[in-house]
Design a protein around this ligand. Structure first.
Ligand code: GLN
Ligand code: ZN
Length: 755
């Protein structure tokens, strides 16, 4: 360790925290190099060694890039071959017994093998990144099984770069884990805190021995509501880790992000850790707290450069914030609000963007530039404090909220009108929208974009795909058909490409999970629908058959959730604009004779604020936007919605609030657990709990489907029940889909006979 001379103190002193830093960096590579390397390994085209080398090259490129951009002591261990929560479980040897025999234990946990299903995966807080959920039980034997954080420090040092390793904090790790099957009642992973802390202590010693000055412990779980017991765990954890002698451990930087620390702030302030990170974007309310001064004596790592969006930072506002904090807490350094994992690599590769828009944007590398620039400005700024907490210029709604359009008639009235109009058989069979996306369609889209085929040729190819899907559904005997969505690359991007106010990037990929990335559109201007988007395809599909074909739209909340959204207008106003565009599309579909319209909202839950106190306001805007988009439907037009999940309580509340006539949800995957909720009994609208788990290549047999449907029919009256898969069929093959739908239709015929 290179101790810094300190004139005042006679105690040994330790290196100061760098004046500018970032909490993490994208891992996928500027051209999705990681994705390619992973796929090649998974397909057996390359070895594990080759994959590991690809990882090493990406880490090296990252450290070099960050150093070139001027960032001293960049973070390490922010890279992962799949997911950092999985890395942590693997490091702690929290490997459930059923994976131990696999050839590649790490990827068996991530993706499963022929013999064993993968670990569960779920959303990382309120982002679109998904992590692997570790399973922890009383039997888990924790030990330091992998020294990846230490190895990466050594690896960077060989390149001449000293780094700050980033670890997932022990409390967040355990809070994100689930109890392994067979754990005794009342057991939660947090009960294993002491054992986990033992391994973290060992790791800290190893990092200190490696010459590490600072280590970052990420504790984003602390920005959600936490019980007293959980807050005690925070205290226990950081008193123990911080209690190690400073010769035995690096200095500790506990970072929080995605919100404000709330009741965890005084707890951390009391613990013997040397630095605390605050999210001053989403957790900006911290500036108004009276107890800010309790952070004095620690370094405050001020996350003033937002890591969750792609807009340039208002440097003057950020500077005021830094100066205000310095007045309260003393030692302040500049950082991003969270890891840059959630933004694309580099704006430089986007030459197609409108220059006026480009000027407003900052991707990861530009944000690195911003923290460095801010640190420079901050060092030069006068020492006198900004006295009042700087308020960010909150956007004002420039026009009064537009009136909420009139509502539809109450559901029972609509149900009668729809039954008369549609004349569907009992237990109608339908699907969620997409049919298998064949390589041909994808190739045609690429060829169209490259100018290799004409618009007419592309249209003919898409029409042929639509016809194929429609003919198959007719032949198998489905009741409500879909056109199959072959014209859509992605359910959000497709609409963004056809609406004003959005821009699409070329390389703006953001990791969603493992090798999967999305390219979120940029919602930067006023949203408007210059022309109908889906009506032509819907009309064509309907012309092929006498059965009803559902119109298929993405809802306003999902479009907003899966885009980077402008912040110069209130979120609520943005919701309303997107809702109005979808509303116009609903109206045009209806005018074109489409009598069933599905408006998907798989992301409804995703934007739900982490703190309960903020959730009601969000739900009222989100639900308001959905109803605004759909309430133009006449009573006899049937509105469907689809949610990709089914945690009972949340789903029922959401379904009620959205007021759709029919809701399809995932349920086969969880063996229709959603039906166990007592509240289900009183449910009064149409519901299609999925009977086919589309996430798996397995084709469900007829008795399995009837079994699930019977469970549904024990809870809901038959005239409310729809029979459908869990989700869209996009990722399956036509063979699998044909076999599964055949069985679904056969099972439904049996059920109709007995009921
Ligand atoms: N209609 C879409 C599809 O079937 C819904 C996708 C989703 O739920 N995420 O693909
Ligand atoms: Zn779905």
């Amino acid at each position: 360790m290179t101790a810094r001379p300190n004139a005042v103190s006679t105690f040994p002193t330790f290196p100061a925290f760098p004046s500018a830093t970032i909490l993490g960096y994208p891992r996928i590579g500027p051209r999705r190099e990681l994705k390619r390397a992973l796929e090649s390994y998974w397909n057996g085209r390359s070895s594990r060694d080759e994959l590991n080398s690809a990882g090493r090259r990406l880490r090296e490129a990252t450290w070099r890039r960050l150093t070139d951009l001027g960032l001293a002591e960049p973070p390490s261990n922010t890279f992962s071959l799949y997911d950092h929560v999985l890395d942590t479980a693997f490091m702690l040897d929290a490997v459930p017994a059923r994976y131990r025999a696999a050839d590649d234990v790490y990827f068996a946990m991530a993706r499963g093998t022929d013999d064993v299903a993968p670990l569960r995966m779920t959303k990382w807080f309120d982002t679109n990144y998904h992590y692997i959920v570790p399973e922890i039980g009383p039997e888990t034997a924790f030990r330091l099984a992998d020294d990846k954080p230490v190895r990466e420090v050594a690896e960077a040092r060989e390149l001449g770069v000293s780094t700050r390793p980033v670890l997932l904090g022990p409390v967040t790790f355990l809070l994100l884990s689930q109890a392994s099957a067979g754990s005794p009642a009342g057991f939660t992973p947090l009960h294993r805190l002491n054992d986990v802390l033992g391994v973290y202590s060992e790791l800290l010693r190893a990092l200190a021995a490696e010459g590490v000055d600072w280590v970052q412990l990420d504790e984003p779980a602390l920005v959600a509501d936490r019980s007293d017991e959980e807050l005690v765990a925070v205290r226990v954890a950081y008193e123990r880790l911080g209690g190690l002698d400073l010769t035995e451990r690096p200095q500790l930087f506990v970072s929080s992000y995605f919100g404000e620390l709330g009741a965890a702030l005084p707890v951390l302030a009391d613990c013997p850790v040397e630095a605390i990170g605050l999210d001053l974007d989403r957790g900006r309310d911290v500036l108004a707290r009276r107890d800010l001064a309790s952070l004095a004596g620690k370094t405050v790592v001020a996350g003033v450069v937002p890591g969750r969006n792609i807009w340039r930072t208002h440097l003057n506002d950020a500077l005021d914030t830094l100066r205000y904090l310095r007045g309260k807490a003393g030692d302040v350094t500049v950082s991003t609000s969270c890891s840059l994992l959630h933004v694309p690599h580099d704006l430089e590769s986007e030459d197609d963007l409108d220059p006026a828009l480009r000027k407003r944007l900052a991707f990861a590398d530009q944000k690195v530039g911003e923290v460095i620039e801010l640190a420079r400005l901050f060092a030069a700024a006068p020492d006198d404090a900004v006295t009042a907490p700087p308020v960010r210029q909150r956007p004002q709604a420039s026009s009064p909220d537009s009136a909420q359009p009139a509502e539809r008639s109450p559901y029972p009235v609509r149900a009668v009108a729809q039954a008369e109009h549609l004349r569907l058989p009992p237990l109608p069979v339908t699907t969620i929208g997409s049919f298998p996306q064949t390589g041909d369609v994808r190739a045609a889209r690429a060829a169209l974009a490259a100018g290799e085929i004409s618009e007419e040729r592309y249209e003919a190819l898409v029409k042929a795909e639509i016809e194929r899907a429609v003919r198959l559904q007719e032949r198998l005997g489905l009741d409500v058909l879909v056109h199959g969505e072959p014209e859509r690359n992605d359910m959000v991007q497709y609409f963004a490409e056809h609406l004003d106010g959005f821009a699409i990037t070329r390389h703006g990929w953001v990791q969603s999970y493992g090798s999967r990335c999305t390219r979120p559109p940029i919602l930067h201007g006023d949203v408007d629908r210059p022309a109908p988007i889906t009506v032509g395809w819907a009309r064509y599909a309907q012309s092929l058959t006498g059965k009803p074909v559902k119109g298929m739209l993405t809802g306003p909340v999902t479009i907003v959730a899966w885009s980077f959204v402008r912040e110069d207008r209130p979120l609520r106003a943005v919701f309303d604009q997107v809702a109005d565009a979808i509303r116009a599309e609903v109206a045009d579909l209806q005018d074109a004779g489409v009598s069933i319209i599905q408006v998907d909202e798989p992301a409804l839950r995703e934007l739900l604020p982490l703190r309960r106190a903020d959730q009601a306001a969000y739900l009222s805007w989100a639900v308001g936007a959905y109803r605004r988009a759909t309430s133009v439907a006449a009573d006899r037009t049937q509105i469907h919605t689809h949610l990709c999940y089914s945690d009972a309580a949340e789903v029922l509340t959401a379904i009620d609030a959205l007021d759709a006539d029919v809701t399809t949800i995932e349920s086969a995957r969880s063996n229709a657990r959603v039906l166990d909720d007592p509240a289900m009994k009183g449910f009064a609208r149409g519901l299609g709990p999925g009977v086919y788990d589309i996430h798996s290549p397995r084709v469900p047999a007829v008795p399995e489907i009837t079994g699930l449907a019977e469970k549904i029919l024990r809870v809901l009256p038959a005239d409310q029940v729809w029979i459908n898969p869990d989700c869209g069929l996009k990722t399956r093959t036509y063979d699998q889909v044909e076999a599964a739908l055949t069985n679904i239709v056969t099972a439904t015929a049996e059920l109709r006979e007995v009921s």
